[in-house]
Design a protein around this ligand. Structure first.
Ligand SMILES: *[C@@H]1O[C@H](CO)[C@@H](O)[C@H](O)[C@H]1NC(C)=O
Ligand SMILES: *[C@@H]1O[C@H](CO)[C@@H](O)[C@H](O)[C@H]1NC(C)=O
Ligand SMILES: *[C@@H]1O[C@H](CO)[C@@H](O)[C@H](O)[C@H]1NC(C)=O
Ligand SMILES: *[C@@H]1O[C@H](CO)[C@@H](O)[C@H](O)[C@H]1NC(C)=O
Length: 761
């Protein structure tokens, strides 16, 4: 297939020498503009193609707030999305033939300053489009059948809304592109893999070939020379050198805080790189008292003379010089000049303080909370260092945090070239953790005027972690768990569970979650019946009431599974008041009410605009639970006509007095009696609870049935009576002459019966 690429505008000279390749660098200063682009008109001897493949190496320098467009292709002003490729930290997005396809979102898939090889391959035959990331198949999509015209205009670095125009600064690209090739066929998986692995000489694209295509370049675009190693080496030794002196254990903990480990070179190139970066700081890093070392290394000696890295895997490279090997010193460091690159052993518990470097195990992304940014990616930062200087933090989009060398850190908005806040520190240490910054520009940070205090939190903590005030990360479940986990104890501060809006009125009952009155669920547990007083017709009951309801005006913080830990001061919120309608008031006892929250829903989505990561729970999904114990005599009309075969029905009336039943009503009610059913005289029968409305107030009625245990009466009164009757009746069968005996027996029976009744009553 013969394809030619037509030179449209003033041609750039093609540079392609040996192992280097040209790259185009867009907006290297991170100043978004709509006039930085490289473009060309596609011409081919074909008018259209059904199969299309496109591959590119890309390194993003700075993201835009939503999407950065690597390239766009328009065949007419109407068809301006014939091919687009956009990138943001969470996903890639492509348009092909006007159809937008999104890769599945995962936070932090794409990082700034990292090279990615991206291919997109469409095939009409099975009408699918497939993404390849670094040679591996990533996502595949169904595509509508549509041929792509081959007479359009291709733009790198901008998103065209018409042919060769309609660019927007916030959609532009800041980064480096190389190896862009477009093919009018479907690349096979192996071909893509070979391209991404730099195993083969790159096959020039027939529609656009990177070596031959001539781009017309406009605005902030520069041509750079790249070596294959630069973009094709996946794992690099990425470290940051810190010019503060620390003891070994402190240095170790410091690197962990940044999700890194103490740097240790794995080969002599890395050794040279780390030495070069650190030796500039030797003046600051060498302790005053003639130590021979100035810099901690992450190499650690096991008992058997084997040196390992932080993870415990054996090091293949060490650089001790033989003359100074000392036994039983199991840490290591760089020796001061005039030695170069040499290591020496030193005890880990040494009181010497040296500088150290932290090495990224996985790419370290720091997050800044409290910035009031709409787009999450604007709050992400990476460590960056210029040789011999204090490390800085480079934001994914517009922020930059740098040190002025003299106690002050500045938060800079690169897009407006303005410092928006500063942080002053005597220790000249990193501004990690939650700190009070001071705004320095009007209405640039959370709409605050200049000179205000503003709390910002900077840490490398993951989303499931809580950042302590001094920057350490702990598991979110350890926040407010009544146990101190942060080195500075700050995980147990600010643990108030209640988040109450300022306009909250605790005298008003909350509205119902659905339309209508607020529903209260109750569960009554009868603990025992301390007295059944037949004479005064009173039933004394020990019971506890649990009332649950939703207060949708409230939110709760850091709820725990065990609801006893979610305690809330009852006076701060509305609680229902309860009247025991038929109780004998002077003799009613009750405990103080205990108010807790039951966690029933997952927390709301985290809001990174708040400086602390507290889990928030909605009041409309997590009920409040009021628990109170009572002891009260209830009046109960007892019917004794059938004694001792009587059944008594008593009820407990619980009235909600806070508001009328069109505001408040009992909803689900349960009653339970876990205690002994057989009392001395009664057996507790069925109990139930139902709802009534009395005088427009909702009343819960607990009904309890008692049946008398007549067995006792049968045994102690009826049976002896019957037997005595039988005996006295039997005396009638005595001979008539024994009148005395018959009288005696009748009298004795009478006396015994009298005594028996006296005793029974
Ligand atoms: C490409 O060709 C189509 C029709 O063949 C035409 O409508 C369109 O304007 C052309 N596009 C450009 C950029 O010339
Ligand atoms: C040392 O070399 C071996 C074999 O090449 C390798 O498996 C191991 O990971 C290396 N160790 C380190 C710490 O790089
Ligand atoms: C956090 O702690 C909880 C309980 O100790 C544990 O189940 C969970 O796995 C931890 N989460 C992580 C990510 O370590
Ligand atoms: C009350 O009970 C009903 C039915 O079981 C349930 O749907 C509702 O969520 C409960 N309300 C509260 C506040 O627990």
């Amino acid at each position: 297939m013969v394809v030619m690429v037509v030179v449209v505008a003033a041609a750039e000279p093609i540079s392609w020498t040996g192992n280097t390749k040209r790259g185009l660098s867009f907006q290297s200063e991170n100043l978004p503009t709509d006039d930085s682009y490289a473009s060309l008109y596609l011409t081919s001897n074909m008018t259209s193609t059904a199969d299309l493949s496109m591959c590119v190496w890309v390194k993003v320098l700075h993201f835009k707030e939503s999407s950065s467009y690597l390239l766009s292709y328009a065949t007419s002003d109407l068809n301006n999305n014939e091919m687009n490729l956009a990138i943001k930290p969470s996903q890639l997005m492509i348009a092909i033939g006007g159809t937008y396809l999104h890769q599945k979102k995962t936070p932090l898939t794409y990082l700034p300053d990292v090279w990615y090889h991206i291919c997109f391959v469409t095939s009409q035959q099975d009408s699918r489009g497939t993404f390849y990331l670094n040679g591996k198949k990533s996502t595949s999509f169904k595509l509508p059948k549509r041929d792509i015209l081959l007479n359009g205009s291709l733009t790198l670095g901008q998103e065209a809304d018409k042919v060769n125009g309609g660019y927007q600064a916030q959609q532009s690209f800041s980064g480096i592109i190389t190896g862009f090739n477009m093919y009018s066929r479907q690349l096979r998986g192996e071909e893509v893999e070979a391209l991404a692995g730099c195993e083969v000489e790159e096959v020039e694209g027939d529609l656009v070939g990177w070596r031959t295509a001539v781009w017309s370049v406009n605005g902030d675009v520069t041509q750079v020379d790249l070596s294959v190693e630069e973009y094709c080496t996946p794992e690099r030794f990425r470290f940051t050198v810190f010019p503060q002196r620390r003891k070994y254990t402190v240095a170790h903990v410091f690197c962990t805080k940044l999700k890194t480990s103490l740097a240790v070179p794995k080969n002599s190139e890395e050794n040279t790189a780390l030495y070069d970066a650190s030796v500039i700081l030797v003046e600051r890093c060498q302790p005053a008292n003639h130590a021979f070392l100035y810099f901690w290394l992450g190499a650690y000696e096991m008992d058997n003379g084997i040196w390992t890295d932080a993870k415990g895997s054996r090091l293949n490279f060490t650089n001790f010089d033989d003359t100074t090997i000392k036994k039983s010193k199991n840490c290591s460091g760089f020796k001061v000049p005039p030695y170069t690159e040499n290591w020496d052993q030193i005890s880990c518990t040494s009181t010497y303080e040296f500088c150290m470097g932290c090495e990224e195990v996985e790419p370290t992304v720091l997050k800044m909370r409290g910035l009031c940014e709409q787009y999450l990616q604007s709050t992400y930062l990476r460590l960056e260092q210029h040789k011999g200087q204090m490390p800085a933090f480079r934001g994914f989009t517009k922020y930059y945090i740098s040190f002025d060398g003299n106690h002050t850190w500045s938060l800079i908005n690169m897009w407006s070239s303005e410092a928006v806040a500063t942080y002053f520190t005597y220790e000249s240490d990193l501004p990690l953790g939650r700190r009070d910054w001071r705004t320095t520009a009007d209405f640039q940070l959370c709409d605050k005027p200049a000179g205000e205090k503003h709390l910002l939190s900077l840490s490398a903590c993951y989303d499931h972690e809580y950042t302590c005030d001094e920057g350490t990360c702990i598991n979110l479940t350890q926040r407010c768990d009544l146990r101190v986990d942060c080195p500075d104890n700050t995980d147990e501060t600010g643990c108030d569970k209640l988040s109450r809006p300022p306009e909250y009125l605790h005298s008003l009952p909350p509205p119902g979650v659905e339309l209508g009155p607020l529903s209260l669920n109750t569960s009554v547990t009868l603990k025992g019946f301390s007295q059944v007083d037949i004479r005064d017709m009173k039933l004394t009951v020990d019971f506890s009431i649990i009332i649950t309801w939703f207060d949708l005006r409230l939110r709760y913080k850091n709820l725990k599974d065990l609801s006893d830990l979610n305690f809330i001061q009852p006076s701060l919120v509305w609680t229902p008041s309860l009247e025991l309608v038929n109780a004998d008031f002077p003799n009613t006892y009750k405990t103080a009410a205990v108010l807790t929250v039951v966690r029933q829903s997952p927390p709301e989505e985290d809001d990174p605009r708040l400086p602390a990561h507290d889990e928030l729970y909605e009041g409309s999904k997590n009920p409040l639970r009021l628990n109170q114990k009572f002891n009260a005599p209830f009046s109960c009309t007892m019917d004794l006509r059938n004694f001792p075969f009587d059944n008594q029905h008593c009820s407990l009336l619980l009235r909600l007095t806070s508001a009328r039943s069109d505001f408040l009503r009992w909803h689900k009610m349960t009653v339970d009696y876990p205690g002994e059913v057989l009392l001395t005289e009664y057996e507790v029968g069925k109990f139930s609870i139902d709802r009534q409305t009395i005088d427009e107030y909702s009343v819960a009625r607990v009904k309890i049935n008692f049946s008398r245990r007549y067995g006792y009466y049968l045994l102690s009164a009826y049976l002896p009576t019957v037997m005595l009757m039988i005996i006295s009746y039997a005396s009638l069968y005595c001979k008539r002459e024994s009148r005395d005996l018959r009288v005696m027996m009748a009298l004795t029976t009478l006396l015994v019966l009298y005594a028996l009744y006296q005793q029974t009553l």
